[in-house]
Design a protein around this ligand. Structure first.
Ligand code: SF4
Ligand code: SF4
Length: 222
């Protein structure tokens, strides 16, 4: 098995969408997103990706052994609940369940020119306070993940992390506060859950302040 990482995003719509198209095509080969202390970057690592556009580069197993794997625990929801910048590429529509595809196709979209040709990008943050249309505020979780597993999330959501939560060979880790680049300490399950709860509380307080319901009528709150 050869390991490759996706090249670093150039920060332009065109360049970033090219990388995401390549990542989405290899979505089943994605091992995870890792903080690589040796390079000081976050890297999306894939196993034997199909690289039709030269957008991946080799990474050694040794380097990955010293990396931290980014995690997005269920029940946080911060990135989904407020001003979500998430989107779905048109090349990903075929991976979505039919009900989700129908929702996506009603969202505002723009066409981005890439080396692969024009790619339509559907914006998802059209719910209350810019929340994602797939966010379930009752469970603070992505509905796509709830119904079809983590792999069903749009590729941009699978590659973007807050870096607060990580795992390593010895289990759960939490980012040390105040560190400019990610540094981690081991965390117990309880500490980890407390940290998830604190993140959830950040968007919940904003939702409460605006008088937004946390779920469909009659449902239990988070
Ligand atoms: S803040 Fe972190 S844990 Fe919470 S939803 Fe975003 S990436 Fe996931
Ligand atoms: S698609 Fe899912 S993971 Fe992505 S922002 Fe929306 S609710 Fe969150």
């Amino acid at each position: 098995m050869a390991l490759y990482m996706l090249r670093q995003p150039p920060g332009t719509w065109s360049g970033d969408v090219e990388l995401l198209v390549a990542a989405a095509e290899n979505r089943r080969r994605l091992l995870g997103v890792y903080w690589l202390p040796s390079r000081g970057i976050l890297a999306a690592v894939f196993r034997d990706p199909v690289d039709r556009w030269g957008l991946f580069e080799r990474i050694s197993e040794e380097e990955l052994r010293h990396a931290y794997r980014m995690e997005c625990p269920r029940g946080c929801g911060y990135c989904c609940a407020l001003r979500s910048g998430a989107f779905v590429l048109e090349t990903e529509l075929r991976y979505l369940p039919r009900w989700a595809r129908r929702i996506v196709e009603r969202q505002p979209s723009r066409v981005v020119e890439t080396r692969m040709g024009p790619v339509r990008v559907y914006m998802l943050g059209t719910g209350p306070l810019g929340s994602c249309v797939f966010f379930n505020p009752r469970t603070a979780t992505c509905r796509l993940e709830e119904e079809a597993g983590r792999e069903a999330k749009p590729i941009v959501c699978r590659l973007t992390y807050c870096t607060l939560f990580a795992t390593g060979p010895r289990g759960r880790l939490l980012r040390l506060p105040g560190s400019k680049t990610p540094k981690y300490r081991p965390a117990t399950r309880r500490e980890w859950e407390e940290a998830v709860k604190a993140m959830r509380e950040r968007w919940l307080s904003e939702w409460r302040r605006r008088g937004l319901p946390r779920g469909p009528p009659g449902s239990r709150g988070v």
